[in-house]
Structure formats: C-alpha cells, structure tokens
Design a protein around this ligand. Structure first.
Ligand code: NAI
Length: 309
C-alpha cells in the first residue's frame, strides 16, 4: 500500500472540490497535510478562513494530522508562507500538490487585461510562487515530489478560456523545467489534467437540471482523480516530466510529440512553395518522438544533417 507515514504534503486549494479529496486521501494514508485555501469565490473574490479549517477538522476527526493555511498562492509572500507552514509545523516537505485555481468564462474579444492577469496570477504565478520555496526545501532534503494541476483546456483548447488555457499550458512548461533541474536532487515533477464534478462545473452550467440528466457529469466524481495525484506524490513514483489526464476513472498519458517532418536536400534553400508541396509530411504525426528536452530535438536534427551538435 502506498503510504505517507512521516511525510508532509501541501495541497493548495484544498478546502473544496478536488483539492479537498486529495487532502483527505493523503491524510488517510498517513501524511501530515497542510490544507491551504483562501476560501474565495470561483472567480477569485473574497476570503473565508472556515473553508480550509473545515477540511482540517474533517481530517483530525478521522484521526489524521493536518494544519490549515489561509495564504493566497498569488503572491511570493503567500507561496513562502505556505511552505513555511509545512516546515514550521512538521519539520519537512515531501510533496506539493499545486491545485488552487479560479475559473471564469469570457469570449476572447471581451477579455480584459485585468481578467487575463488575475487568471495568470493565481494559476501560473501562483505555481511559481509556491514551487520555488518548496523546491529549495526539497533540494536541501535531496527528495521531493511536485504534482501540478494543469488542464485539458490548456493542452487541447476550450472556448471562452484563453486566459485559463494559457495559464494551464504555462504550468506544463514550468513542470518540464523543474523536472529537468530537479532530477539530480531527487525532485520529480509531473502534471495532472483532471476532470471533476466541482463548482467549476456546476456553477458554469446554464441549466442545473443538466447535471442529473448528463451521464458524463455523474461519471466525473472527484474521487476518481485522487489515485493518480496521490501516486505521483508518493515515494513509489519514479516518473518525472510526465502529464496525465484523469477523466472518469480513465488515466492516460498526455504528451507533446514531435513529428519526423520533412527535411530538404542538404544546402538547398527551402521556399514557401516547398512547404506547401511537403505539407503532408510536415503535418504528419507518424512517426513521432517525445523529446525529453530541447536538446533531444536538436541532437536528432544534427544527426539527420550529419553535422556535429
Ligand atoms: P474549486 O473551485 O472547487 O476549488 C478550488 C479551490 O482553490 C477553492 O476552494 C478556492 O478557494 C481555492 N483558491 C482559489 N484561489 C486561491 C488562491 N489564490 N490561493 C489559495 N487557494 C485558492 O475547483 P476544482 O474544480 O476543485 O479545481 C481544482 C483545480 O483543478 C484547479 O486548479 C482547476 O483549474 C483544476 N481543474 C479542474 C477541473 C474540473 O473539472 N473541476 C478541470 C481541469 C482543471
């Protein structure tokens, strides 16, 4: 059984929705949990300290160990305070689930710079503000696990979500680099792209009666995302630099593949007409590779060119 005895886990946005379920599962498996949540609205306004406190009460009532943190992830001070809460209360930090998030639906031509910034500040800046102080603690321990919560909206696209999708896709880029730099320090970083019936779904439905009628909404219970989040945060996990979609009990790798493409004759000067003529090879997704870093792409090209990299 995957066990978190003597381990300390931070879960942001753990007062509600998916984050609450992750926090309960970590605690059930023996972790000391920092339950972080500002307790705001779905759009990111207001604060309510009782939201995180209620989950701490739930954990302690079940015999587990947890402390509340009400700091916002969206400032450097907030991120540092969340990490300090873990270290001050429990003496170390083994895993971070960067899950706090907000959600609004706005057509692209109506999105204001303020809408854009608020979304990026919570999701992307917040992931950085939390991850950097956590990384420093993990580096000093020679051990750590990051699970960043991204979204299929970011990797595949979703109408009305330019700001949200950009922030979530940015989290994948952040994770790629933490995985590369963290490897030599025993720090692993992966993302999860969840689907879960939370207020992010219910509050965006035009007609609440759709909820009972729609089998998909009934199928995406938050409890069906927790298994992969918990696994990736555990000592058993040796994977890094991966993205996983978790939808209604279906767990699947999501990856950025690189097609073989088309390479013109050596020393030729390809033109736009050549691109048009070779479009089927250029756009083909088979064969493909999944480069582990930018260098792997470069080496593959230099090898085909027959030039030293
Ligand atoms: P939720 O709205 O139920 O929970 C999010 C929690 O984050 C709230 O309790 C909120 O108070 C907290 N929060 C917001 N801003 C914060 C801040 N600055 N600092 C600390 N806490 C803050 O939403 P849900 O569905 O549980 O979402 C969790 C994560 O999963 C989010 O990152 C979301 O974008 C992501 N996600 C959810 C999907 C879904 O189907 N529900 C789909 C894809 C991604």
């Amino acid at each position: 059984m995957i066990d978190f005895t003597d381990q300390v886990v931070v879960v942001t946005g753990a007062g509600r929705g998916l984050g609450r379920v992750y926090a309960l599962e970590f605690a059930r498996r023996g972790a000391s949990v920092v339950v972080n949540d500002v307790g705001g609205s779905m759009g990111g306004t207001g604060v309510d300290a009782s939201v995180a406190a209620a989950v701490v009460d739930e954990i302690t009532a079940a015999g587990g160990t947890a402390v509340a943190s009400h700091d916002s992830v969206d400032t450097p001070e907030g991120g540092a305070a969340i990490v300090a809460t873990a270290v001050d209360a429990f003496g170390r930090l083994d895993a971070v689930v960067s899950n706090a998030g907000i959600f609004t639906a706005i057509p692209f031509d109506e999105l204001t710079p303020d809408d854009w910034r608020r979304m990026l500040r919570v999701h992307l800046d917040g992931a950085f503000y939390l991850a950097q102080p956590a990384y420093r603690v993990m580096k000093s321990q020679g051990y750590g696990r990051f699970v960043f919560i991204a979204s299929s909206a970011g990797l595949f696209g979703q109408h009305l979500e330019a700001h949200y999708a950009a922030a979530k896709a940015g989290i994948v880029g952040l994770t790629n680099v933490i995985a590369l730099e963290g490897a030599e320090h025993g720090i692993l970083a992966n993302t999860v792209l969840p689907f879960g019936l939370s207020r992010m779904v219910t509050e965006t439905l035009p007609d609440p009666s759709v909820l009972e009628q729609n089998g998909f909404f009934q199928a995406i219970q938050p409890e069906l995302v927790a298994p992969i989040v918990v696994y990736l945060a555990s000592r058993d996990c040796q994977l890094s630099h991966h993205n996983f979609s978790a939808c209604a009990g279906r767990f699947a790798r999501v990856f950025v593949g690189l097609g073989e493409g088309w390479l013109g004759e050596r020393d030729s000067a390809p033109t736009a007409d050549d691109v048009a003529a070779h479009l089927s090879e250029i756009t083909s997704t088979t064969p493909y590779s999944v480069p582990g870093s930018i260098y792997e792409e470069v080496f593959a090209v230099t090898e085909r060119l027959g030039v030293g990299g």
